[in-house]
Write a protein that binds this ligand. Structure first.
Ligand SMILES: [Mg+2]
Length: 306
């Protein structure tokens, strides 16, 4: 049997993050501590991202508040698929409690991608990140006009050192025509290219169009919003997605199930953050250390004031 204690938290960003989903200025989440009958403690974190399809913070709080004072392993393993961030929080707390061997050496060897501020600020932000050792950068697009963003992208590419790599993330904010225009720019910068991939060009309901684009262009397309939870990821895998899968473990569901899926299917995966705290991040990076095939998207420390 287990007992739970939990604490909601808020962390403000130094500067709000602008994406196609809107402006985001504060991360709200819940820190968990599980205790078993032997007095062992395990920590976990619930970091919901409702506009990606996870539960809301309120739904997660409701779940935590309505758990019985003592509950069984069976109850922990039967959290609804509608609460993927809770599944992750409780699943990783359970792993930390039973001290699953840490892949700490691998974890430190992981390469990280740094998220640039959206728009012109990206041009002044990258040099400091370069000095801190980042070589892969991510830029949000699909926010202002196509011409403005493409100019910015060209300038950024001309300023970045040749060994840098750039990821473009549209958060589903393009249409078929603008997606093609972006992919032409991306392909045009090859073979020396510096654009690693284009992430989620079209909305989730346009899977077939993204599949078609991924066959037309050389630059890989990565699905992110389309594969937010493990059931969605499995669905796209089964429909034959040939490109990259962005995995945000904190909203994917149980880490045990994610690990099992990734270990039995050869997928090209990028592990990515949802701005969780060190507790959630540790659990995510442990998964990434064994499963990731590319630089992971956890280069976000520079976004928080604390
Ligand atoms: Mg994304």
């Amino acid at each position: 049997m287990f007992r739970l204690s939990f604490q909601p938290y808020q962390r403000r960003f130094k500067q709000a993050l602008r994406t196609h989903h809107g402006l985001w200025s504060q991360r709200d989440g819940i820190l968990l501590q599980l205790e078993d009958e032997r007095g062992r403690m395990g920590k976990g974190e619930i970091a919901p991202l409702p506009w990606f399809g996870s539960e809301t913070l309120e739904e997660a709080l409701y779940f935590c508040r309505h758990l019985p004072a003592r509950f069984s392993l069976h109850e922990l393993e039967a959290i609804s698929e509608a609460l993927p961030a809770c599944q992750f929080g409780f699943g990783s707390a359970l792993e930390s409690l039973s001290h699953r061997p840490a892949a700490s050496e691998n974890k430190e060897a992981l390469l990280h991608s740094a998220l640039l501020p959206t728009g012109k600020a990206a041009l002044t932000a990258w040099p400091a990140l370069w000095k801190r050792g980042y070589r892969t950068y991510k830029l949000k697009i699909g926010v202002s006009s196509l011409a403005t963003e493409q100019d910015l992208c060209r300038t950024l590419l001309s300023e970045l050192p040749p060994s840098a790599q750039l990821r473009l993330d549209a958060n589903g904010g393009l249409d078929a025509q603008t997606a093609q225009q972006w992919l032409e720019i991306c392909d045009g910068s090859r073979p020396t290219s510096d654009i690693e991939y284009l992430e989620q060009p079209l909305p989730v309901n346009q899977f077939e169009d993204m599949l078609r684009l991924s066959k037309q262009y050389t630059t890989p397309i990565a699905l992110d919003e389309s594969v937010a939870t493990l059931p969605q990821l499995i669905h796209c895998y089964e429909k034959g997605w040939p490109g990259i899968f962005v995995i945000k473990p904190a909203i994917s569901g149980y880490p045990q199930q994610l690990r099992q899926f990734c270990q039995t299917h050869a997928i090209d995966a990028v592990f990515s953050s949802v701005f969780e705290t060190e507790i959630g991040r540790h659990a995510c990076l442990q998964l990434a250390a064994t499963l990731s095939t590319r630089a992971v998207g956890f280069g976000l420390d520079h976004w928080f004031a604390d």
